[in-house]
Design a protein around this ligand. Structure first.
Ligand SMILES: [Zn+2]
Length: 135
């Protein structure tokens, strides 16, 4: 079973990897595969934001940092993701710098520039938190 239709799975992945959704972030959100790298979690979290998969965002957020309130704000229409750099600190810690663009409600586009921290716990990568840049 897939959360996505065949048509969605065959379309370009929202994360901008150049792969189809099914080959890229879709397989992680569908729980058919486990991300092996922090940057894969980063990309799939962007895609989960873009496609409205709250449960996957919650599941990949470190339990002690996970927000209680709803994560996805439906006012945001995500337009694209650019990975600036990834830094593997050791086999359990990594950071990913990215810029995500969105349109918010009826207004113009906004940029979200962040360095996110990821941590591997029990063999799974989790988003911990991040520093928002040039706000
Ligand atoms: Zn993707």
């Amino acid at each position: 079973m897939s959360f996505f239709t065949d048509k969605q799975n065959a379309a370009p992945c929202p994360c901008g990897s150049g792969l189809t959704l099914g080959q890229c972030c879709g397989k992680f959100i569908d729980l058919d595969a486990t991300p092996q790298k922090a940057v894969e979690v980063m990309r799939a979290r962007y895609t989960a934001f873009a496609l409205g998969h709250e449960d996957w965002l919650r599941a990949t957020w470190a339990a002690n940092k996970r927000p209680r309130k709803k994560i996805i704000d439906p006012q945001y229409k995500w337009l694209g993701l650019k990975i600036i750099s990834t830094h593997e600190i050791d086999d359990k810690h990594a950071t990913v710098e990215f810029i995500a663009r969105a349109r918010v409600g009826g207004s113009g586009a906004v940029r979200h520039h962040e360095v996110s921290r990821f941590e591997k716990r029990q063999d799974l990568w989790y988003y911990v938190d991040g520093d928002v840049l040039d706000k």
